[in-house]
Write a protein that binds this ligand. Structure first.
Ligand code: HEC
Ligand code: HEC
Ligand code: HEC
Ligand code: HEC
Ligand code: HEC
Ligand code: HEC
Ligand code: HEC
Ligand code: HEC
Length: 468
C-alpha cells in the first residue's frame, strides 16, 4: 500500500504517470529533471545515480540531497557546489525516516563492534582519562588506530610474538592487517582532519564511529545506493563478516539442511516481500532467524541479539548480556540477563515453529544447550590449567600470548570452542564435531597438556640438577 502511494507521488512530482508495482523489478526510476545534484551527478560517477534509480528511495522521491545535505553540527559537512554536503550519511541521517530501525541497531552489539574489538584499547584509555570516546577531539588526541596496533594483548593475537621478536616497534612495520582486517568488519573511527579530509574512510564496518558521534553503518548490509531489503536477506550479506576459523556462521549455514535448501531453491523465493513468511520461502536465511518479521509471529528487528539465549563468543558461554540502552557502558558492563535471554529463545522458537513442530524444535534446543554445557566444562578445565601453570612457574604471564600453553588456551576459546558451539547452534554437524569438539579436545587441549607436562618434567630435572 505504502509503496503504491509513494510511486504515485513520484509520478505527480515528476509528471511521469504512475508505475505498476509489477514493473519495478526490471525498471529504473526515471531521472528527475531539474534535480540540484543530478544535474551533474547523472554523468559524474554515473554508477551512483544508476544504483539509486533502482532503489525504493528513487521510486519514493528520496533524493541525493535528502541524505547528503549535512546536518547541523556534523563536522563532515563540506562546501560543495553551493551546498554543504557530507560523504558519510550516518544512521542519524536515516533516522529522519527510519527511526525504529536506527534505534534498534544503535542499542545492538553491531553498533558497538568497533569499541568491543579493534578500538577497545582506545576506548579504555579515553574512559580512564574521563574523555568522551565518541568525540572527534578525543580521537584526534589519542589516535585510535595506532593505539590498537601497539597494544600487546590477546585481542591482537599476533602482538605477543611481535613483541617477543621485537618487530612490534619497528617503524617500517605498519600493522596494516588491523586497518584492512579488523577495521573492515568491526568498523573504525572516521576522523575529519583539520583540512577537511576524512581519515578512517572509506569504511563500512558494522560498528563504525561516525564524525557526528553516532555509531554503526547501515551500508554494512544495505549497500549504497540500492539500499535493498532483498540483498540484506541473502546469507552472503552476513557471511562477508561471519566466516572463518573463529565465527564460521556462513560455513555452518552452507553445511546445514537450511543452507542446502536455499542453494537448491532460493532463486525462486519471494525476496521482495514486505514482511515475509513461510509462503515466501521454504527454509530460513540468517536474516529470517535473527532479524525478519516472519509469518506474523515475531516482529522485525535490527537488534541482532534479540532472539539469542547465549553469548557464544566469550570464553565462558553465559546468557545474553544486557543491551547498550540498559547499562551505563556496554564495553565494560557485561551483565547477563537470563530473563531477557529466555525471551530471546522464545522468539527464536516462534520462527522455527512456522515450519517445524514443537517437539522437533524443543528437542533440537535441548541437545544444543547440552553442547554449550560440555564446552563450558572443558573451558573451565583449560583455564585452570593455565592459571596453575602460571602459579607453578611453568609459563610467564608477562607477555600474555607468546608461549604455547597461552596460544592453545586462546585457540580453544576463540577458534575451535566457538566452532563447536556455533556448529551446534545452527545445525552444522561437521563444525560441531570435527572442527569443533575434536579440534578443541584432542588437538589443542591434548597439545596444551603435553606441552605443560614436558615443561613440568624439565622443571623437575632442573631442580634436581640444582640440588646436585
Ligand atoms: C556542478 C556539478 C555538481 C553538482 C551540482 C553537485 N556535484 Fe557532487 N560532485 C561533483 C564532482 C565533479 C565531484 C567529484 C568527483 C570525483 O572526485 O571524482 C563530486 C563529488 C561529490 C561527492 C563525493 C565527495 C567526496 O569527497 O567523496 C558527494 C557525496 C557529492 N558530490 C554529493 C553531491 C550532492 C548531494 C549534490 C547536491 C546537493 C551534489 N553533489 C551536487 C559535481 C557536482
Ligand atoms: C538513502 C540515503 C542516500 C541517498 C538517497 C543517496 N545517498 Fe549517497 N550515500 C549514502 C550513504 C549511506 C553512503 C555511504 C557512506 C558510507 O557509509 O561511507 C553514500 C555514499 C555516497 C558517495 C561516496 C561513495 C563513493 O563511492 O564515492 C557519493 C559520491 C554519493 N553517495 C553520492 C550520491 C548521489 C549523487 C546521490 C543521488 C543520486 C546519492 N548519493 C543518494 C546515502 C545516500
Ligand atoms: C527522507 C526520508 C528517507 C531517508 C532520509 C532515508 N530513507 Fe530509506 N526509505 C524511505 C522511503 C520512503 C522508503 C520506501 C518506503 C517503503 O518501502 O517502506 C525507504 C525504504 C528503505 C529501505 C527498504 C528498501 C527495500 O528494498 O524495500 C531501506 C533498506 C532503507 N530505506 C534504508 C535507508 C538507509 C540506510 C538510509 C540512510 C542512509 C535511509 N533509508 C534514509 C525514506 C527515507
Ligand atoms: C572477517 C571479519 C572480522 C575480522 C577481520 C575481525 N573480526 Fe572480530 N568479530 C567478527 C565477528 C563476526 C564477531 C562476532 C562473533 C560472534 O558473536 O559469533 C567478532 C567478534 C569479536 C570480538 C568479541 C566481541 C564480544 O562481544 O565479545 C572481539 C573482541 C573481536 N572480534 C576483536 C577483533 C579484533 C581485535 C580483530 C583484528 C585483530 C578482529 N576482531 C577481526 C568479525 C571479524
Ligand atoms: C546486519 C545487517 C543490517 C544492518 C546493519 C542494517 N539492516 Fe536494515 N535490514 C536488514 C534486513 C535483513 C532487513 C529485512 C528484514 C526482514 O526481512 O523483515 C532490513 C530491513 C530494513 C528496512 C525495511 C523495513 C521494512 O519494514 O521493510 C529498513 C527501512 C532498514 N532495514 C533500514 C536500515 C537502517 C536505517 C540501518 C542503519 C541503522 C540498517 N537498516 C542497518 C539488515 C540490516
Ligand atoms: C535456523 C535458524 C538460524 C539460521 C538460518 C542462522 N542462525 Fe544464527 N543462530 C541461530 C540460533 C538458534 C543461535 C543460538 C541462539 C541461542 O543462543 O539461543 C544462533 C546464534 C548465532 C550467533 C551468535 C553467536 C554468539 O556469539 O553468541 C551469530 C553471530 C549468528 N547466529 C549468526 C548467523 C549468521 C551470520 C547466519 C547465516 C550465515 C545465521 N546465524 C543463520 C539460528 C539461526
Ligand atoms: C560488516 C560486518 C558484519 C556484517 C555484514 C554482519 N555482521 Fe553480525 N556481527 C559483526 C561483528 C563484528 C559482531 C560482533 C559484535 C560484538 O559482539 O561486538 C557481530 C555480531 C552478530 C551477532 C551476535 C549479537 C549478540 O548480541 O551477541 C549476530 C546474531 C549477528 N551479528 C548476526 C548478523 C546477521 C544476521 C547479519 C546479516 C543480516 C550480520 N550479522 C551482518 C559483523 C557483521
Ligand atoms: C521457513 C521454514 C523453516 C524455518 C523457519 C526453520 N526451518 Fe528447519 N528446516 C526446514 C526444512 C524445509 C527442513 C528440511 C526438512 C527435511 O529434511 O525434510 C529443515 C530442517 C531442519 C533440521 C534437520 C537438519 C538435518 O540435517 O536434517 C533441523 C534440526 C531444523 N530444521 C531445526 C530448525 C530450527 C531449530 C529452527 C529455528 C531456529 C528452524 N529449523 C527453522 C524449514 C525451516
Amino acid at each position: 500500500m505504502k509503496r503504491i502511494v509513494c510511486v504515485a507521488l513520484v509520478g505527480v512530482v515528476f509528471g511521469l504517470g504512475a508505475f505498476a508495482d509489477g514493473d519495478r523489478d526490471s525498471s529504473m526510476a526515471p531521472l528527475p529533471k531539474n534535480d540540484r545534484c543530478l544535474s551533474c551527478h547523472a554523468s559524474v560517477m554515473p554508477g551512483v545515480s544508476t544504483s539509486w534509480r533502482q532503489s525504493e528511495h528513487a521510486f519514493s522521491g528520496v533524493s541525493c540531497a535528502d541524505c547528503h545535505i549535512a546536518r547541523p553540527g556534523d563536522p563532515s559537512g563540506r562546501d560543495h557546489m553551493g551546498f554543504k554536503v557530507t560523504s558519510v550519511p550516518s544512521p542519524a541521517y536515516c533516522a529522519t525516516c527510519h527511526e525504529a530501525e536506527v534505534a534498534q541497531n544503535s542499542r545492538s552489539k553491531h553498533a558497538w563492534a568497533a569499541f568491543f574489538g579493534n578500538l577497545k584499547p582506545y576506548y579504555t584509555e579515553a574512559r580512564s582519562r574521563g574523555l568522551d570516546p565518541l568525540a572527534q577531539s578525543t580521537a584526534k588526541q589519542l589516535d585510535p588506530e595506532r593505539m590498537g596496533k601497539q597494544a600487546v594483548t590477546p585481542l591482537f593475537p599476533d602482538s605477543g610474538i611481535l613483541a617477543a621478536t621485537g618487530i612490534i616497534s619497528r617503524p617500517d612495520y605498519s600493522h596494516n592487517n588491523v586497518t584492512l582486517g579488523c577495521a573492515q568488519c568491526h568498523g573504525t573511527f572516521v576522523i575529519v582532519e583539520d583540512d577537511g579530509e576524512l581519515s578512517g574512510w572509506p569504511n563500512t564496518g558494522i560498528g563504525r564511529v561516525n564524525p557526528d558521534g553516532s555509531t554503526g553503518s547501515c551500508s554494512s548490509c544495505h549497500t549504497r545506493h540500492t539500499f535493498s531489503v532483498a540483498e540484506a536477506r541473502k546469507p552472503y550479506t552476513c557471511g562477508q563478516c561471519h566466516l572463518g576459523p573463529d565465527h564460521p556462521q556462513i560455513e555452518v549455514y552452507e553445511e546445514s539442511k537450511h543452507g542446502n535448501i536455499y542453494d537448491a531453491r532460493g532463486e525462486s523465493w519471494n525476496w521482495e516481500a514486505d514482511e515475509w513468511g513461510p509462503d515466501d520461502i521454504d527454509a530460513p536465511t540468517c536474516a529470517t532467524c535473527h532479524m525478519s518479521g516472519f509469518g506474523g509471529v515475531v516482529q522485525a528487528t535490527h537488534d541482532v541479539g534479540e532472539r539469542l539465549y547465549w553469548e557464544l563468543q566469550p570464553k565462558v558461554s553465559v546468557p545474553q548480556w544486557k543491551n547498550a540502552d540498559q547499562v551505563d557502558d556496554l564495553v565494560f558492563d557485561r551483565v547477563s540477563d537470563p530473563v531477557a535471554a529466555a525471551e530471546g529463545r522464545r522468539r527464536m522458537k516462534a520462527v522455527c515453529g512456522q515450519c517445524h513442530s514443537t517437539p522437533w524444535v524443543d528437542g533440537y534446543f535441548t541437545e544444543f544447550d547440552a553442547v554449550v554445557n560440555d564446552y563450558n566444562i572443558v573451558w573451565k578445565y583449560v583455564d585452570a590449567l593455565l592459571t596453575d601453570a602460571y602459579a607453578d612457574g611453568l609459563a610467564d604471564k608477562e607477555n600474555p600470548i607468546d608461549e604455547m600453553p597461552e596460544i592453545y588456551h586462546y585457540l580453544i576459546w576463540h577458534h575451535s570452542g566457538r566452532r563447536w558451539r556455533m556448529g551446534a547452534a545452527m545445525m552444522g554437524p561437521d563444525w560441531t564435531n570435527w572442527n569443533g569438539a575434536i579440534d578443541t579436545i584432542m588437538y589443542y587441549l591434548g597439545l596444551m597438556k603435553s606441552d605443560l607436562d614436558l615443561r613440568a618434567r624439565i622443571q623437575r630435572l632442573e631442580r634436581d640438577a640444582d640440588k646436585r
